[in-house]
Design a protein around this ligand. Structure first.
Ligand code: GMT
Length: 372
């Protein structure tokens, strides 16, 4: 098959998932064409079956807002025609689904039919999409997609709740390449972070408000009082200064480290003992699944789709949003009990295997095949 994939090329989960899907499809012999404004972050290696088409938006002094959607739709048409694409798979509804609709209509006038699959990832529905400014276009373009998928049961239900969708939304859960995350810790790296064998807690996100990174700091501040430990923050974003200043306020700067955006998550996860995810909402929580695949238990909120991956009392613990006391208590309990921690690490890795790339990618292939 020749598949066009449209996504955000950044560190966000939807872009990561779309890129990993494209790479997996290419490994299976499909030709994959990424259409986006920048080389996706996880697309660093050469693969003969992968093509990258950059969307360029001309800048004119007249434009306060460069018309990305128009440029994207035009690039889609160009790639579909010239690379003979069979199917377009767009990740994140805004504005990819409406640009795909526009491209589809243009091509239909030229006598070419192009099936469009839209995958909903989360904030495209729960935050951005349902904003009144976007809602009519988002509702329309989701409904016009030939197939709609959501990355969790929770997101499917949220979509039906927030939009008038007259079609079936199929759930294809996110996946992880278990082999990639099954890595031995690099001892020298562990010693740099935790020179005296302290436990390592980890948080990775884009530090948006919804991630509640200050809760991570508060949980750690309690934990470090009882368990010799270090906290690693991976990623960057608007709430990082607030998290840093809270660390200073609580006097735990020497125990915390902000390492910024990192591509080698598997090496970082390999040295971690516990992953913290305190979000207000996660449609799925791909970062938590990657942690589990690396054998790292997760303490998370019970928001959105998180209970679909993190099993309370087995792979980690769940608590209400903002309940830092309970999450702190769970962290201390788990990190102080070597036997329990080891069991949770094994449980997390075993549970992540249910979401292995080899189980989930065939579900997308089966979906594509229905249209070809
Ligand atoms: O969570 C983010 O800030 C990024 C966002 C995105 O759109 O890239 O992630 C969403 O999609 C991921 C992949 O499907 C999910 O794992 C995340 O849970 C979801 N984020 C939210 O729902 C907040």
């Amino acid at each position: 098959m020749r598949i066009g994939i449209v996504c955000y090329p950044t560190f966000g989960g939807s872009g990561v998932l779309a890129t990993e899907l494209g790479k997996a499809l290419a490994d299976k012999g499909h030709q994959v064409h990424f259409i986006t404004y920048q080389q996706p972050v996880r697309l660093s290696e050469f693969n003969a079956n992968i093509f990258y088409h950059e969307v360029r938006v001309p800048h004119y002094p007249l434009f306060d807002y460069p018309p990305y959607e128009t440029a994207l739709a035009s690039t889609m048409v160009d790639v579909i025609v010239n690379s003979n694409i069979d199917l377009l798979h767009v990740h994140y509804a805004v504005p990819h689904a409406s640009a795909a609709y526009m491209a589809k209509m243009i091509l239909e006038k030229q006598g070419k039919k192009i099936p469009v699959v839209t995958t909903l990832h989360g904030t495209d529905i729960t935050l951005v999409g349902k904003d009144k400014t976007f809602a009519p276009v988002v509702t329309f373009s989701i409904n016009e997609s030939d197939a709609i998928t959501a990355v969790s049961n929770n997101l499917r239900d949220e979509t039906y709740k927030n939009f008038k969708i007259g079609k079936e939304i199929e759930v294809i859960q996110n996946f992880v390449d278990v082999k990639r995350f099954n890595k031995k810790p690099i001892d020298a790296f562990r010693r740099v972070i935790a020179p005296n064998g302290e436990k390592i807690l980890l948080h990775a996100s884009n530090f948006r408000k919804l991630k509640r990174v200050q809760d991570v700091v508060l949980i750690f501040a309690e934990t470090v009082k009882k368990v010799p430990s270090k906290l690693l923050f991976v990623g960057d974003g608007p709430e990082r200064p607030a998290a840093e200043s809270l660390c200073r306020e609580l006097g735990i700067c020497d125990e915390t480290r902000f390492v910024g955006k990192q591509e080698q998550m598997e090496d970082i996860l390999a040295i971690a003992d516990l992953f913290l995810l305190t979000s207000d909402y996660e449609s799925f929580g791909l970062a938590a699944l990657e942690a589990m695949a690396a054998g790292v238990p997760v303490i998370s909120t019970n928001a959105g789709g998180l209970p679909e991956i993190n099993v309370h009392g087995q792979t980690g613990y769940l608590a209400n949003v903002g309940d830092v006391n309970t999450m702190g208590r769970y962290a201390i309990e788990l990190l102080s009990d070597a036997e329990k921690l080891q069991q949770f690490k094994l449980n997390a890795a075993a549970h992540a295997r249910l979401f292995d790339i080899d189980r989930i990618v065939p579900q997308y292939e089966a979906l594509y095949n229905r249209f070809l």
